[in-house]
Ligand binder design. Structure first.
Ligand code: MGD
Ligand code: MGD
Ligand code: MO
Length: 769
């Protein structure tokens, strides 16, 4: 496909031959087809490593290799034979590398040696581990206040690395823990804590086999949680209803052809992954759930009037809930006109969806970024929880709330202490364990860290994985801010743009990946642990030889920085980092939910961390499940966009999401097969009528301009328009390219999550070329 012909046919179903072909290409491309295939067979197996692709749960009895195209991509990406050597850094200056694309940088392969930035030559030069640790410690200890350092975590870090990291950072003296979760499921954590007293989902994988209806809201599992498709498909096959709310018609949410099913592959068949599909406007989900609640209340009134059995679960409401009457009044006071306008669905469609809820004894609701990355996300999730309370759809088999997490251990990192809010029970337990005081003042989340960097208050940044520079909103501002720091450190497997914005002192510290064998000083193999979206904790041990002899585990790197910075009087870093069992013993002492951690984690599928809300125990201030007290937003971003004066440039609401060929800021390839876009990522999907309105044809070149009014001109230049079946006034395009348009001042109420699914933009046609 040429650049001028980038719009093509999309696949008929998710999975199938297209997925197998793509897997073949990935394994060949990694330069190691045989090892690659062998490596894949150990993904998500009891004696293998946890797939770094997503946080979907593993089946209890799944002994055979679970097929997942994007899991293969994630593994092949890490298990590549390509290497970034010291010669590579000698050949290219940092300024030159900054002009490379994300794709080109990561395709150079795995980092192999610790590097230090030399400002005079503008090159990264090799450094010994000890010199790197001492250099970092000198900068950290030179700061007049520990709160001037930011300690970022991306969600691939293991429980052991994350726990050690939070121990070090708190001993150093701060709670500045910005992490990827702040840009991801933070709204779920905040909302669920308020509603049910725990910031996690309440269901386990087995519940998907028991649910009568599953509502899948604002997520694209075909690309981002492919193993979920098999569970949705099984549900529709046994007659459960799978109701999708998604702004787009996502391929994987229609049909899935299972590459493990030989008969189906032979006849080119596929099965349904959903039974009912609704397409709201961006940010319209809260209105839908409120509309469905109206229908439930109307059904209850009708049942009572007719002397029929109640529709509401009155026992659950009386015994377990707080604020029911207030919620009912709020729902009754909300007009259908407002619900219809915000959601973009008709009353009849919402009634139809609500009837499915009413006809189902057990309901699960799942959601991801389409729900969490809006201004009113916390309110939307509390609305979802309230709707589920009405019929007691929580804490019983086949029913519950399921935020589907992103990174493979983002949930675990939070459990073991990566939390800028410094939870009191954790700090109390840490103080007891170590016998020294720990900071209790809340630290910085991602947006606060950005603010502190922009104002000059922050002087140091350490990133345990991830790509802070590209994942965050307002990327050009962030780039500038990082470059002004005294110290930047990145612990990473591959080179990315974040490493190319060095502060005065800068280090790249290369670490082992999940797929690699990790041995301690005695040569004993070490395992790490992770927690999935269903609160299952399991072990992960690599099987491949490390990409370079110089690599260290994240645990060893954190311990190295810690020992050099805070010394070993309180914590014996050498001893802990030489035996992950000892770290796990310490975790279990600090967090009793881990019980006999070392024994439990060696069981084939690990163990389940007890979830209070799933046991109908509510750790909220009211000791009950709390109904929401929020009104619908006065105006959603879509409604605000409609309010432009006649004759003015039309304003659109844009969501920034993932293509089928990327992992967050890692771009695997330039295609988005399920959406029919090939060889091009600078695209914006738009309704054909909207294209007519701005005078554009398919493939037209445009500049996209942000509308946030703060004096900063935000322009994404030279994007191509793709006509697409998407609600009018809503557009979509890929992150991270479009992060340039996401204003860091526009964020979720209470969650501080950048509102990257509701960015107001306008379009200018570029001159025809
Ligand atoms: N292969 C692969 N796997 C991944 C990732 C990856 O990049 N690549 N990323 C991982 C991470 S960190 C995460 S957080 C997850 C992300 O998983 P997803 O949440 O599936 O990620 P997005 O691509 O952002 O897709 C958002 C979906 O929500 C829909 N949507 C957007 N706005 C709205 C709205 O207002 N209402 C409704 N109803 N729908 C809306 C979009 O159309 C899209 O289908 O995936 C994880 N897994
Ligand atoms: N506009 C917009 N912005 C978004 C989003 C969006 O939907 N739209 N989504 C947000 C979400 S949900 C998330 S989670 C964030 C993601 O933000 P991050 O987690 O910061 O970003 P990633 O792209 O996942 O990080 C990729 C880098 O991680 C490093 N890496 C990979 N594996 C390992 C490992 O095992 N160890 C270590 N130490 N490093 C490793 C590699 O160097 C790689 O370059 O982005 C957020 N930003
Ligand atoms: Mo995420």
């Amino acid at each position: 496909m040429t650049k001028d012909n980038f719009i093509g046919k999309s696949s008929a179903a998710a999975g199938g031959w297209g997925a197998l072909k793509s897997v073949g290409r990935q394994l060949m491309g990694s330069g190691a087809p045989v090892t690659g295939a062998r490596t894949m067979l150990k993904a998500n197996q009891p004696d293998g490593f946890d797939c770094p692709g997503c946080a979907w749960g593993d089946p209890e009895h799944g002994s055979s290799f679970e097929f997942c195209e994007n899991g293969v991509k994630a593994v092949a990406w890490e298990a590549t034979k390509s290497r970034v050597t010291n010669d590579f850094f000698a050949k290219h200056t940092v300024s030159e590398l900054r002009t490379w694309s994300d794709y080109d940088l990561e395709h150079e392969g795995r980092l192999t040696h610790p590097m230090r930035y030399d400002a005079e030559t503008d090159h990264y030069v090799p450094v010994s581990w000890d010199d790197a640790f001492t250099g970092i410690a000198a900068q950290l200890n030179a700061l007049d206040d520990p709160n001037r350092a930011e300690f970022y975590t991306s969600g691939r870090a293991s429980n052991e690395a994350a726990f050690l990291y939070q121990t070090f950072v708190r001993l150093y003296g701060t709670n500045n823990f910005p992490d990827c979760s702040n840009m991801c499921h933070e709204a779920s954590g905040v909302a669920l804590t308020e509603s049910i007293g725990i910031g996690k989902g309440t269901v386990q994988l087995e519940d998907f086999e028991k649910a009568d209806a599953i509502f899948v809201v604002g997520q694209n599992p075909g690309t981002n949680h492919p193993r979920m498709l098999a569970d949705l498909r099984k549900a529709t096959e046994r007659g459960a209803r799978v109701v999708v709310l998604n702004t787009l018609k996502e391929k994987g949410l229609h049909r899935f052809s299972d590459p493990q099913n030989k008969m189906e592959m032979m006849r080119g068949g596929s099965e349904k992954t959903s039974t009912d599909y609704y397409r709201p406007r961006l940010g319209g989900d809260m209105a839908i759930f409120r509309g469905m609640a109206k229908v439930v209340f109307a059904a209850e009134d009708a049942a009572q009037a007719a002397g029929k059995p109640a529709v509401l679960d009155h026992d659950f409401l009386a015994e377990h809930c707080h604020g029911f009457e207030t919620y009912r009044d709020l729902v009754n006071a909300t007009s259908w006109a407002q619900i219809e306008e915000q959601s973009g669905l008709s009353q009849a469609e919402i009634e139809e969806a609500a009837e499915i809820y009413l006809a189902s004894d057990s309901v699960i609701t799942t959601w991801a970024m389409g729900v969490t990355q809006h201004r009113h996300s916390v309110h939307t999730i509390r609305e979802i929880a309230s709707f589920m309370f009405l019929r007691g759809n929580i804490g019983r088999p086949g029913a519950g709330l399921c935020p589907v997490r992103g990174h493979s251990n983002v949930q675990g990192d939070r459990t073991v202490g990566i939390n800028e809010k410094a939870p009191k029970p954790l700090i109390d337990a840490m103080e007891k364990e170590l016998g020294v005081p720990m900071p209790r003042t809340p630290g910085h989340n991602v947006l606060h860290a950005i603010g502190a960097m922009l104002s000059g208050e922050a002087r140091a940044f350490i990133g345990l994985g991830g790509n802070f520079a590209r994942a965050t909103p307002d990327s050009p501002l962030i780039a500038q801010a990082l470059g002004n720091l005294d110290l930047t450190v990145n612990v990473a497997t591959k080179l990315n743009h974040g490493h190319l914005l060095p502060g005065k002192h800068s280090y790249i510290l290369p670490c082992l990946g999940r797929t690699e064998i990790d041995r301690n000083s005695k040569g004993e193999r070490q395992i790490v642990t992770v927690e999935d979206s269903m609160s299952m904790v399991h072990g992960s041990g690599g099987i491949n030889l490390p990409a370079s002899k110089e690599l260290r585990s994240e645990v060893q790197i954190v311990a190295g920085i810690a020992k050099a910075t805070v010394g070993s009087t309180v914590v014996n870093w050498d001893e802990l980092s030489d035996d992950n069992d000892k770290i796990r013993d310490m975790i279990a002492r600090v967090l009793p939910a881990f019980g006999n951690f070392n024994e439990q984690v060696r069981k084939p599928r690990g163990f389940h961390l007890r979830n209070s809300a799933a046991c109908r125990e509510w750790n909220t201030p009211t000791q009950r499940a709390n109904f929401t007290t929020s009104d619908l937003p006065e105006l959603t971003e879509w409604q605000q966009a409609q309010q432009v004066e006649a004759g003015a440039e039309p304003v659109f609401v844009m969501q920034t999401f993932r293509s089928h060929d990327q992992y967050n800021t890692t771009v695997y390839g330039m295609d988005d097969r399920y959406r029919g876009v090939y060889g091009e990522r600078q695209v914006v999907f738009m309704h054909p009528e909207d294209m007519k309105q701005i005078g554009a044809e398919a493939g037209a070149r445009v500049d996209v301009r942000g509308c946030h009014d703060d004096g900063t001109d935000r322009v994404a230049e030279d994007f191509r328009l793709v006509p697409y079946d998407i609600p009018r006034g809503c557009v979509a395009g890929y992150y991270p390219e479009l992060n340039i348009l996401v204003p860091h001042q526009q964020f979720g109420e209470k969650s501080f999550t950048p509102a990257s699914k509701s960015v107001k933009v306008t379009f200018r046609l570029r001159d025809a070329v």
